[in-house]
Design a protein around this ligand. Structure first.
Ligand code: DQA
Length: 150
Protein backbone atom coordinates (compact mmCIF):
# COMPACT_ATOMS: atom_id res chain seq x y z
CA UNK A 1 0.00 0.00 0.00
CA UNK A 2 1.01 3.54 -0.70
CA UNK A 3 1.46 6.66 1.41
CA UNK A 4 1.34 9.88 -0.59
CA UNK A 5 3.85 12.50 0.57
CA UNK A 6 2.71 15.82 -0.81
CA UNK A 7 4.78 18.99 -0.61
CA UNK A 8 3.35 22.34 -1.63
CA UNK A 9 4.79 25.66 -2.78
CA UNK A 10 8.44 26.57 -2.29
CA UNK A 11 9.33 23.23 -0.73
CA UNK A 12 11.35 22.43 -3.87
CA UNK A 13 13.75 25.06 -2.45
CA UNK A 14 14.47 23.06 0.73
CA UNK A 15 18.16 23.11 1.60
CA UNK A 16 18.76 26.67 0.42
CA UNK A 17 15.53 28.35 1.54
CA UNK A 18 15.80 29.99 5.00
CA UNK A 19 17.93 27.18 6.45
CA UNK A 20 17.54 28.61 9.98
CA UNK A 21 13.84 27.80 9.64
CA UNK A 22 13.86 24.68 7.46
CA UNK A 23 17.36 23.17 7.76
CA UNK A 24 19.92 22.17 5.15
CA UNK A 25 18.34 18.98 3.85
CA UNK A 26 17.04 19.10 0.29
CA UNK A 27 13.66 17.91 -0.97
CA UNK A 28 15.45 14.88 -2.46
CA UNK A 29 16.87 14.08 1.01
CA UNK A 30 13.40 14.40 2.56
CA UNK A 31 11.85 12.17 -0.09
CA UNK A 32 14.52 9.52 0.53
CA UNK A 33 13.82 9.71 4.29
CA UNK A 34 10.12 9.18 3.52
CA UNK A 35 10.73 6.18 1.27
CA UNK A 36 12.98 4.60 3.94
CA UNK A 37 10.50 5.23 6.78
CA UNK A 38 7.54 3.94 4.74
CA UNK A 39 9.49 0.79 3.79
CA UNK A 40 10.23 0.14 7.50
CA UNK A 41 6.49 -0.17 8.05
CA UNK A 42 5.77 -2.18 4.91
CA UNK A 43 4.46 0.75 2.85
CA UNK A 44 5.61 2.55 -0.26
CA UNK A 45 6.02 6.36 -0.25
CA UNK A 46 4.89 8.15 -3.40
CA UNK A 47 6.53 11.62 -3.13
CA UNK A 48 5.28 14.62 -5.09
CA UNK A 49 5.79 18.40 -4.97
CA UNK A 50 3.99 21.22 -6.72
CA UNK A 51 3.93 25.00 -6.52
CA UNK A 52 0.41 25.01 -8.00
CA UNK A 53 -2.72 24.90 -5.87
CA UNK A 54 -4.80 23.24 -8.63
CA UNK A 55 -2.27 20.44 -9.05
CA UNK A 56 -2.30 19.78 -5.28
CA UNK A 57 -6.12 19.70 -5.35
CA UNK A 58 -6.12 17.11 -8.15
CA UNK A 59 -3.62 14.93 -6.29
CA UNK A 60 -5.82 15.11 -3.15
CA UNK A 61 -8.84 14.01 -5.23
CA UNK A 62 -6.79 11.12 -6.64
CA UNK A 63 -5.66 10.18 -3.11
CA UNK A 64 -9.28 10.13 -1.93
CA UNK A 65 -10.13 7.65 -4.70
CA UNK A 66 -7.09 5.47 -3.93
CA UNK A 67 -7.85 5.48 -0.19
CA UNK A 68 -11.42 4.37 -0.97
CA UNK A 69 -10.11 1.67 -3.31
CA UNK A 70 -7.78 0.44 -0.56
CA UNK A 71 -4.51 0.98 -2.41
CA UNK A 72 -3.43 3.97 -0.27
CA UNK A 73 -3.46 4.51 3.51
CA UNK A 74 -3.26 8.28 3.56
CA UNK A 75 -1.42 11.47 2.77
CA UNK A 76 1.36 13.34 4.58
CA UNK A 77 0.77 16.90 3.41
CA UNK A 78 2.92 19.98 3.87
CA UNK A 79 0.76 22.61 2.15
CA UNK A 80 3.38 25.39 2.61
CA UNK A 81 1.85 28.86 2.60
CA UNK A 82 -1.43 27.49 1.15
CA UNK A 83 -2.02 26.27 4.73
CA UNK A 84 -2.88 29.82 5.66
CA UNK A 85 -4.85 30.82 2.55
CA UNK A 86 -6.52 27.90 0.83
CA UNK A 87 -10.20 27.19 1.41
CA UNK A 88 -9.95 25.23 -1.87
CA UNK A 89 -7.50 22.73 -0.34
CA UNK A 90 -9.69 22.45 2.78
CA UNK A 91 -12.68 21.66 0.54
CA UNK A 92 -10.66 19.18 -1.55
CA UNK A 93 -9.66 17.14 1.52
CA UNK A 94 -13.21 17.21 2.87
CA UNK A 95 -14.84 16.51 -0.50
CA UNK A 96 -12.52 13.63 -1.39
CA UNK A 97 -12.67 12.15 2.15
CA UNK A 98 -8.88 12.02 2.09
CA UNK A 99 -7.03 10.89 5.22
CA UNK A 100 -4.44 13.63 5.69
CA UNK A 101 -1.72 14.25 8.25
CA UNK A 102 -0.84 17.95 8.09
CA UNK A 103 2.86 18.62 8.52
CA UNK A 104 5.01 21.69 9.04
CA UNK A 105 8.77 21.58 9.30
CA UNK A 106 8.92 24.72 11.44
CA UNK A 107 6.83 25.47 14.52
CA UNK A 108 4.39 27.80 12.78
CA UNK A 109 2.93 28.86 16.15
CA UNK A 110 6.27 30.33 17.22
CA UNK A 111 6.44 32.45 14.04
CA UNK A 112 4.50 35.37 12.52
CA UNK A 113 0.82 35.55 13.50
CA UNK A 114 -0.26 35.03 9.85
CA UNK A 115 1.11 31.48 10.17
CA UNK A 116 -0.99 30.67 13.26
CA UNK A 117 -4.19 29.90 11.39
CA UNK A 118 -4.53 26.80 9.23
CA UNK A 119 -7.39 26.05 6.83
CA UNK A 120 -6.09 22.46 6.69
CA UNK A 121 -6.13 21.56 10.42
CA UNK A 122 -9.93 21.16 10.73
CA UNK A 123 -9.91 18.50 7.98
CA UNK A 124 -6.67 16.77 9.03
CA UNK A 125 -6.56 13.50 11.04
CA UNK A 126 -3.54 14.80 12.93
CA UNK A 127 -0.84 17.41 12.77
CA UNK A 128 2.96 17.21 13.05
CA UNK A 129 4.54 20.62 13.63
CA UNK A 130 8.00 21.87 14.44
CA UNK A 131 10.17 18.75 14.39
CA UNK A 132 12.17 19.80 11.34
CA UNK A 133 12.30 17.40 8.40
CA UNK A 134 12.30 14.51 10.91
CA UNK A 135 8.58 15.26 11.21
CA UNK A 136 8.00 13.53 7.86
CA UNK A 137 9.23 10.27 9.41
CA UNK A 138 7.00 10.82 12.47
CA UNK A 139 3.96 11.49 10.27
CA UNK A 140 4.58 8.33 8.24
CA UNK A 141 4.95 6.36 11.46
CA UNK A 142 1.65 7.84 12.69
CA UNK A 143 -0.15 6.72 9.52
CA UNK A 144 1.47 3.30 9.73
CA UNK A 145 0.33 2.89 13.33
CA UNK A 146 -3.20 3.95 12.49
CA UNK A 147 -3.37 1.64 9.48
CA UNK A 148 -1.01 -1.30 10.07
CA UNK A 149 0.14 -3.04 6.88
CA UNK A 150 -1.95 -6.06 6.03
C1 DQA B 1 5.74 25.47 6.32
C2 DQA B 1 5.25 26.67 7.14
C3 DQA B 1 4.48 27.65 6.28
O1 DQA B 1 4.04 28.75 7.06
C4 DQA B 1 5.37 28.17 5.17
O2 DQA B 1 4.65 29.04 4.33
C5 DQA B 1 6.01 27.07 4.39
C6 DQA B 1 6.53 25.92 5.10
C7 DQA B 1 6.65 24.53 7.15
O3 DQA B 1 6.90 23.43 6.68
O4 DQA B 1 7.12 24.91 8.24
O5 DQA B 1 6.16 27.17 3.17
O6 DQA B 1 4.61 24.71 5.90
Amino acid sequence: KKILVLNGPNLNLLGTREPAQYGYETLADVEQLCRDEAAKHGFEADCRQSNYEGQLIEWIHEAGREIKAGSMVGVVFNPGAYTHTSIALHDAIKGADAIVIELHISNVHARESFRHHSYISPVARGIVVGFGVKGYGLAIEALARLYPAQ
